[in-house]
Write a protein that binds this ligand. Structure first.
Ligand SMILES: [Zn+2]
Length: 246
């Protein structure tokens, strides 16, 4: 897999790190929108030419099975960042996951509305992407889907501290435990894809938890006040297999 350089660049972009990252302006709609990302900069070419892109529409069907995710998250300090594309929470020491014998450290999580991934053609109002990295620099993402319902207590400290302006960063003020974001059941759809933002680097392992958690209409409105729509359209599977666990 072509992973050596891309994930580092991708993380810099995801974190909004201007100096180290790519400064090419992109958006979700319009002239610099998702349909044009691949034309905006040579280093974004995977967005147009990649054959294993994300997100995808997942059709619930019996496919191969894969290893369970071992979650080893822990509470720690967190910074809430408005990076101009989403609200992201950077974690200094949030623990990690283990999948099929490989350990990945949780680096950050962030949100998209609506959910980027579709299940049987249906998108959820919100998704959290928990981004992990292993020692080789390879990325694994766990996606937690949100359906409309009750107030989500785990989101409260994050959504209470969302900086309104792009480029702003704020300490969460409380220890944040990422495990509080997870649903009770940890079964998932798995496939290999890409970052869903430029440079759309491939080789990212996706784990989409099947059981959604809840978000209240008020919480959703608070996020949408900052980002009304920040989801990339679904991309063709091009023959990729989606596995189910269990
Ligand atoms: Zn994401």
């Amino acid at each position: 897999m072509k992973l050596a350089i891309a994930p580092l660049a991708a993380l810099a972009v995801a974190a909004g790190a201007g100096a180290a990252g790519n400064s090419t302006h992109w958006e979700y709609q319009g002239k610099a929108g998702a349909e044009h990302w691949g034309e905006l900069a040579p280093e974004f070419s995977a967005c147009r030419e990649g054959k294993a892109q994300s997100p995808v529409n997942i059709r619930a069907h019996r496919a191969g099975t894969s290893a369970p995710i071992g979650f080893g998250y822990r509470a720690g300090s967190a910074d809430i960042v408005n990076n101009g594309h989403t609200v992201q929470v950077d974690l200094a020491d949030g623990g990690g996951i283990e999948v099929a014998g490989t350990r990945y450290r949780l680096v950050q999580f962030h949100f998209h509305t609506p959910s980027e991934e579709a299940i049987n053609g249906r998108r959820y109002p919100l998704v959290a992407h928990l981004v992990h990295k292993n020692d080789a620099g390879e990325l694994a993402v766990v996606a937690v889907l949100f359906r409309k319902g009750r107030d989500n207590a785990a989101l409260a400290p994050v959504f209470a501290g969302m900086p309104a302006a792009a480029g702003e960063k704020r300490a969460a003020g409380v220890e944040f435990d990422p495990a509080t974001l997870l649903p009770a059941r940890r079964s998932y759809y798995g496939y290999t894809g890409s970052l869903t933002t430029p440079p759309c680097s491939e080789g990212v392992r996706w784990h989409i938890l099947k059981q959604p958690v809840e978000v209240s209409p008020a919480q959703l409105a608070a996020f949408r006040k900052l980002y009304r729509m920040n989801a990339r359209p679904v991309q063709p599977l091009n023959g990729r297999e989606v596995v189910v666990n269990p």
